[in-house]
Design a protein around this ligand. Structure first.
Ligand SMILES: [Mg+2]
Length: 279
């Protein structure tokens, strides 16, 4: 396989970058509600306080400014709360220290750290993370779909703008989903986990000659906004629990991008609405 950018050509003056999970594809709620949270309850035997803990898990990972954080960071957050308010978590400090200090937060990295330190909590974190992966794999295919309006709106945007998927999910999974939903024909390039961070993907796309004020990133999480801001491009938020409404208004955003009226008041109003929706 070539590099993710191989053969890419700028065709239009305007570029719209689109995140996949939780932005175009309704896959985030289901993964957290059915996989991440319940697997954590099981791994740490927290069934007696299940409702309260799952509610907090979903708030941390879906409905607040920490939306979209790394799974191990989310785990450290919730277990810290559980340990402080509900029941002690054995060897929690090893996990807190690891998420703070490790360069890489992945299954591979946690496995290595668990062995090196002989840590019970890190071992359970690995076991949990593997169970989550299995649970996600077993989700019924038909339960994951694009949000309403995604297909029509991307097709329309593609008439005047280049379209790039900019996602931190697995490349094959993103490609497969966008193909299955008939969206891939409206996409010029697929940039996923193997292409680097969202920030570096946008940075690299800009080298193809787009003006910064003709580029916007559409995303659902603070990390997407951050990637846009760091590159000096516009951010169009897809609001959690109001995704279809956000997609129905994306043509106005694209219109403003083309007319040069996105910056200033309009951008600020979008950001204000995004942050207030996550608090
Ligand atoms: Mg997302």
């Amino acid at each position: 396989m070539g590099t993710p950018f191989e053969g890419y050509v700028k065709k239009k003056d305007y570029l719209i970058c689109i995140d996949s999970d939780g932005c175009a594809i309704d896959s985030m709620d289901i993964k957290h509600i059915r996989c991440f949270g319940p697997c954590m309850i099981r791994e740490w035997g927290l069934e007696d306080h299940e409702e309260e803990i799952l509610k907090r898990w979903n708030e941390i990972n879906l409905y607040s400014m920490t939306r979209g954080i790394n799974r191990f960071k989310g785990l450290a957050e919730i277990l810290k709360e559980v340990s402080g308010k509900i029941t002690p978590i054995e060897d929690l400090d090893s996990l807190l220290k690891w998420v703070d200090e490790a360069d890489e937060l992945s299954n591979h990295a946690v496995e290595k750290a668990a062995k090196e330190q002989g840590s019970i909590c890190l071992e359970k974190a690995l076991h949990w993370s593997e169970a989550v992966n299995r649970a996600i794999k077993n989700l019924p295919e038909e339960d994951v779909k694009p949000f309403d309006g995604v297909k029509e709106n991307i097709a329309k945007l593609h008439k005047t703008c280049d379209i790039a998927i900019v996602s931190s999910a697995n490349y094959e999974a993103v490609k497969e989903e966008w193909t299955r939903f008939g969206l891939i024909c409206h996409v010029d390039i697929v940039l996923a986990q193997n292409a680097g961070s969202k920030k570096s993907c946008i940075e690299r796309l800009l080298t193809y000659g787009y003006d910064r004020d003709k580029v916007m990133m559409a995303g659902d999480a603070p990390g997407d906004m951050d990637a846009a801001e760091k590159n000096g491009v516009f951010y169009y938020p897809i609001l959690v629990r109001r995704e279809a409404e956000s997609w129905s208004k994306i043509q106005e955003a694209a219109g403003r991008l083309r007319e040069g009226t996105f910056g200033g008041e309009y951008q600020q109003a979008l950001i204000d609405e995004f942050t207030s929706n996550l608090s």
